[in-house]
Design a protein around this ligand. Structure first.
Ligand SMILES: Cc1cc2nc3c(=O)[nH]c(=O)nc-3n(C[C@H](O)[C@H](O)[C@H](O)COP(=O)(O)OP(=O)(O)OC[C@H]3O[C@@H](n4cnc5c(N)ncnc54)[C@H](O)[C@@H]3O)c2cc1C
Ligand SMILES: NC(=O)c1ccc[n+]([C@@H]2O[C@H](COP(=O)([O-])OP(=O)(O)OC[C@H]3O[C@@H](n4cnc5c(N)ncnc54)[C@H](OP(=O)(O)O)[C@@H]3O)[C@@H](O)[C@H]2O)c1
Length: 279
């Protein structure tokens, strides 16, 4: 039997009509333990069905933050209004929801399969709200004083869908100020519909997030230009979250270079890619 806990929606920040940040605070007891990259299941009563509908959401806040659990959610409206998200976007601060404790394997390993410390660079590619687990990871590595290099790459259709841009730019600026030996962080974004009038102000990278991995005519890829060296499976691990097309698009570049996913690991159990797809 599912054991639901109660929580209060304490904060709603609408980024645009169908994209928002929600914070929940457990009604009884502390914020649950979890690891960066995990998801929580939340539930709301859907009157038309007269039942509680539950859905998984990646946690965007970091485990060291004991004040609330933050979620970055798209209101699904096509082809039909999504059941939970329609309820959530109709809710107001102070409303009650239910939740089931965080879980998930989309987490950082600090050891390689041979048991040695893994100090390879971490590159995270997030499509849309697939950025959420990486906002958690960046804040968590920052909070714990990690020296491991972290690159967060975000792809969105529109400039006003670059959620968490300010937080991530601030984390990069801190890295530039303090030095890579103290906090080693880079953030880059790309816009996949640059031709649309709404995106006319954008002068950065264009294309879907996987274009950061593309190298033309033997040139360095945009990612390699950011990190300043060739990306190999000896120096980099990847985390990818987004549509299945995003995972496939990244694998088109990484597969031929010998990278393998955790789900398809080698006989010695080694791998360099973890992903979570929307299906
Ligand atoms: C591990 C994990 C983490 C996730 N993290 C996030 C996150 O951080 N942020 C986020 O926004 N989402 C996240 N999701 C997705 C989330 O769990 C939900 O799937 C999503 O919010 C849609 O839920 P819903 O109840 O609103 O839609 P649903 O009611 O489940 O509908 C889903 C889709 O089916 C369509 N549909 C429904 N009924 C019909 C029908 N009769 N005929 C045709 N089509 C129909 C809807 O239009 C919609 O496109 C995550 C999912 C997983 C598995
Ligand atoms: N962990 C999870 O499983 C998880 C996490 C977060 C969200 N979700 C769910 O994912 C759904 C949509 O997410 P979103 O609204 O955040 O994404 P989105 O804004 O629609 O798209 C984000 C980026 O992905 C690209 N994209 C869209 N479809 C693609 C495809 N088939 N293949 C490759 N790239 C594609 C878009 O490019 P274009 O501009 O070219 O379309 C855009 O650059 C929602 O239903 C959400 O609930 C699941």
């Amino acid at each position: 039997m599912v054991v639901d806990n109660k929580a209060t929606l304490t904060y709603i920040q609408v980024q645009k009509e169908d994209l928002a940040i929600f914070r929940i605070v457990p009604a009884d007891g502390p914020v649950p333990e979890y690891k960066a990259g995990q998801f929580i299941t939340i539930g709301m009563h859907v009157p038309s069905e007269n039942k509680v509908i539950r859905r998984a959401y990646s946690i965007a806040s970091n485990p060291e933050n004991k004040k609330y659990v933050e979620l970055y959610v798209r209101w699904v409206r096509k082809p039909l209004p999504g059941r939970l998200t329609t309820q959530l976007f109709g809710a107001k601060e102070g409303d009650e929801i239910v939740w089931i404790k965080p879980t998930g394997a989309f987490v950082l390993d600090d050891k390689k399969s041979d048991g040695t410390e893994d100090d390879r660079r971490i590159v995270c590619l997030g499509g849309g709200t697939g950025l959420a687990p990486f906002v958690s990871l960046a804040q968590s590595l920052h909070a714990s004083g990690s020296k491991r290099e972290l690159v967060v790459l975000h792809g969105a259709s529109y400039v006003d869908e670059l959620g968490y841009k300010e937080l991530l730019v601030d984390l990069e600026n801190e890295s530039l100020d303090r030095g890579k030996d103290k906090w080693n962080f880079r953030y880059r974004a790309t816009i996949s519909r640059p031709q649309e009038w709404f995106n006319r102000s954008w002068s950065g990278q264009v294309g879907r997030v996987e274009t950061f991995l593309r190298s033309k005519d033997g040139e360095q890829s945009p990612l390699e230009k950011v990190v300043g060296e060739k990306i190999t499976k000896e120096n980099t691990v990847f985390f990818i979250c987004g549509w299945q097309g995003t995972i496939d698009g990244c694998m088109d570049y990484l597969g031929p270079k010998g990278f393998v996913t955790e789900r398809n690991k080698r006989p010695d159990k080694s791998f360099e890619i973890k992903y979570e797809s929307y299906g």
